[in-house]
Design a protein around this ligand. Structure first.
Ligand code: PPS
Length: 345
């Protein structure tokens, strides 16, 4: 029997044989893996349950949703928006607590089902969840419950595409969609996947990118995610931001975010936020949750979320063969869109 989401989309379960083969290189999920048609979004087996919950989730008019494909500048934008709202004068002690609790991730519940995710990784979320919802079952979605009970203006992280959110989301609340050139994003994803226990990727960069291009890495495919958001870029509740533009002129981007979310900050306050959320500042503060959720022996620095933060690093990393393969993928997928990326000079 065909399994369908509340939004009518079809869910296809990956077969056991495929999963056993994929397991040699990638971490898999306890409830298997699924694809959501028509685009083929690839997620852990519990995603349909949580996506159905998001379908009826109560968004509020003052929410700010940071929507991204992974590794495109999510954490940076979360810090920016949270600090613009709650810490423009840099005097809020909460700012040093984990961004994962100040700005919870709507798409995270599915990820706790990873075969190698251990209690350590879940503990802070579980502690908060037990406090706010002692009678509820964590299996029903800890992050969704935490978000539901959250007071004040919510800064919500989310990696699901627009089509898997509540219908008419943009008429209900504000979305900041951050995107980055896919070459740098793929490299960032590779480094993340090799150190995160959830992904525990054990192959080469070439193998990882091959699997991404086939849509066989969690959250793939990249293009429909981006194109759908791009098609909504003129909606008054959508702000479409390029990571490379943030790197080039952060004050310009902060001014437009300031207008978009209506924070009315002064130039001085925007300068404060820019300084506090710079790569070096975020790196030196670190994050209490981020610091433990990976195999540290593989990591060059001390965080997976603040690694190099560069534009065009792919040039130092891609072989000519890999570059040709990725260019072909970009070309094939760019035919029906006018979005263009800055790949660095
Ligand atoms: S995730 O896991 O999807 O939420 O990751 P995400 O935060 O989207 O992406 C991580 C990459 O963003 C870079 N980053 C930054 N760049 C510039 N300035 C600041 N403040 C900043 N914070 C995070 C981070 O370094 C990752 O990119 P790479 O290329 O891996 O360094």
């Amino acid at each position: 029997m065909t399994r369908r989401l509340l939004n009518g989309m079809e869910v296809v379960q990956m077969d056991e044989e495929w999963i056993e083969k994929a397991k040699k290189k990638h971490g898999m999920f306890k409830h298997g893996m699924v694809r959501i048609l028509p685009h083929g979004y690839f997620y852990g087996g519990r995603a349909p349950y949580f996506i159905d919950k998001i379908h009826t989730f109560k968004f509020r008019p003052d929410d700010v949703i940071i929507m991204t494909f992974p590794k495109c500048g999510t954490t940076w934008m979360q810090e920016i928006v949270w600090n613009m709202i709650y810490n423009p004068n840099l005097d809020n002690p909460q700012a040093k607590t984990s961004i994962f609790l100040r700005s919870p991730d709507m798409s995270q519940d599915m990820q706790f089902d990873g075969e190698e995710v251990d209690n350590m990784e879940v503990s802070e979320f579980e502690a908060l969840f037990r406090k706010i919802a002692p009678d509820k079952d964590p299996e029903e979605g800890m992050l969704l419950e935490i978000l539901d009970k959250m007071e004040g203006r919510r800064v919500i992280k989310n990696h699901y595409p627009l089509c898997l959110m509540t219908p008419g989301l943009l008429d209900k609340t504000k979305v900041i969609y951050v995107i980055r050139n896919p070459k740098d994003a793929l490299i960032s994803y590779y480094h993340f996947a090799r150190v995160m226990k959830l992904f525990r990727f054990s192959g080469t960069l070439e193998e990882f990118i091959d699997d991404c291009l086939k849509g066989e890495v969690v959250f793939m495919p990249f293009w429909p995610h981006v194109k759908e958001a791009w098609s909504q870029r003129h909606h008054p509740n959508m702000l479409f931001v390029f990571y490379e533009d943030m790197k080039a002129d952060i004050m310009k981007e902060l001014r437009s975010i300031n207008t978009f979310i209506g924070t009315n900050l002064t130039e001085q306050q925007l300068e404060n936020v820019a300084k506090f959320t710079s790569l070096s500042a975020m790196k030196s503060r670190g994050d209490p949750i981020d610091k433990r959720n990976y195999k540290t022996e593989l990591m060059e620095g001390d965080t997976v979320y603040m690694r190099k933060g560069q534009v065009g690093d792919w040039k130092n990393v891609f072989s000519p063969e890999l570059d040709a393969k990725v260019n072909k993928w970009i070309e094939e997928n760019s035919k029906d869109t006018d979005i263009t990326f800055n790949y660095g000079n």
